[in-house]
Design a protein around this ligand. Structure first.
Ligand SMILES: Nc1ncnc2c1ncn2[C@@H]1O[C@H](COP(=O)(O)OP(=O)(O)OP(=O)(O)O)[C@@H](O)[C@H]1O
Length: 357
């Protein structure tokens, strides 16, 4: 069934976060974070555990308040406005449905608890629930209880409940965290489609890079309470601004190098690599697909082959550098020459980045 937006839902807003800081009993969870989400944009906050993603989301939601900085919705200062007055839909991993209510009652909950003057009539609420059940593609489950649903169905119902109050903004905190990989993948596609159809502005918190890269228009990479980079999935993957982003988003080989006069050397051997303006100690980063097997010689990296495994129609080669043993992984496409385990051979790095350390 096609997704369909109720006409009243077309009201995405812009969010500006200005220099937000937050401490929890002396610990700085957010350190001067600034960010913008454009109307109808899907942003992903991506980072390791403890990087401040949830703290930032809770401040956008109005569930917590910063020590300093501002949160603006469409230019209006919302920093002190409580969640209930922000017209936001929330979906959290552990935001359980009410077990003793049917799916229909769960979805209707946000409407039925409104003050009498704002509350739609019973018939309007029932119509809205039917619309939302169609939207989440589960029209037949209205009378069931949460225990009678699969995990994926439950999260879709949680989304319908979040959307029932016609939010301008959808905030999701690891919404698919507890589900298995295939269900996550399906729900991801579905969520992206829903976001577009409804014309919402959405922000999702995830520590799963695949989820962030697949869902979001722009990815906000966070570490230790700060933003490392904001960019499209292609930007953060192909042009990581920092060594942290390079190793957190996608797989990266890392080698300590010394740069002198633009010449990059690993374990005293010159490598054919662009120093990128770094001088002194650096770290050379390259993705497994940015290297290939080569004849040992000038500019190549001498390696011994530890393992060769089939992978995605090609091969993943695990090797160790010879001079100062470090693990290196290389992806070979079908048709490329494949080395054997135990070979002493070499790797040519086709593209790489050097970060100062
Ligand atoms: N209410 C609180 N009291 C004390 N410390 C807190 C509180 N909330 C968060 N923190 C701390 O702030 C830091 C950031 O937490 P936050 O939940 O924002 O991280 P996160 O990136 O969302 O991590 P995760 O992926 O594990 O949820 C963590 O070190 C956490 O322990």
């Amino acid at each position: 069934m096609a997704l369909r937006a109720p006409p009243s839902q077309e009201c995405a807003l812009s969010i500006v976060v200005e220099d937000l800081s937050k401490r929890f009993s002396g610990f700085a969870a957010l350190k001067g974070v600034s960010l913008e989400a454009r109307p109808k944009e899907f942003l992903a906050l991506l980072g390791p555990s403890g990087s401040g993603k949830t703290t930032l989301l809770r401040m956008i939601a109005g569930l917590d308040f910063p020590d300093s900085g501002r949160v603006l919705f469409d230019g209006a200062d919302m920093t002190e406005t409580p969640a209930a007055e922000r017209r936001i839909g929330f979906v959290f991993q552990n935001y359980a449905l009410f077990r003793h209510m049917t799916v229909a009652d769960n979805i209707a909950f946000g409407l039925t608890v409104r003050k009498r003057r704002d509350r739609p009539g019973k018939a309007d609420i029932a119509r809205r629930v039917t619309e939302l059940l169609d939207l989440i593609q589960l029209p037949e489950i209205a009378a069931r209880y949460p225990a009678q649903l699969s995990g994926g169905q439950r999260q879709r119902v949680a989304l319908a409940r979040a959307l029932a109050v016609e939010p301008q903004l959808l905030l999701l905190d690891e919404p698919f965290g507890a589900l298995d990989a295939q269900v996550r993948k399906d729900l991801r596609r579905w969520l992206r489609q829903l976001h577009e159809t409804m014309g919402l502005t959405s922000v999702i918190v995830t520590h799963d890079q695949e989820e962030a890269l697949e869902l979001a228009d722009r990815v906000v990479v966070m570490s230790q309470g700060k933003i490392e980079q904001v960019g499209t999935p292609a930007e953060v993957y192909d042009s990581p601004a920092t060594a942290f982003v390079s190793q957190f988003v996608g797989e990266t080989n890392r080698l300590p190098v010394a740069v002198s006069g633009g010449r990059v050397a690993y374990a005293g051997m010159a490598l054919a690599a662009d120093a990128g303006g770094v001088s002194g100690d650096g770290e050379l980063h390259f993705r497994p697909h940015q290297a290939e097997m080569a004849e040992p010689g000038e500019g190549t990296l001498a390696v011994r082959i530890d393992a060769v495994r089939p992978r995605g129609g090609g091969w993943r080669v695990e090797a160790t550098t010879r001079d100062d043993p470090r693990p290196v992984e290389i992806d070979l496409r079908e048709g490329q020459a494949v080395p054997h385990v135990g070979d002493d051979t070499a790797v040519r790095v086709r593209a790489s980045r050097v970060y100062a350390v």
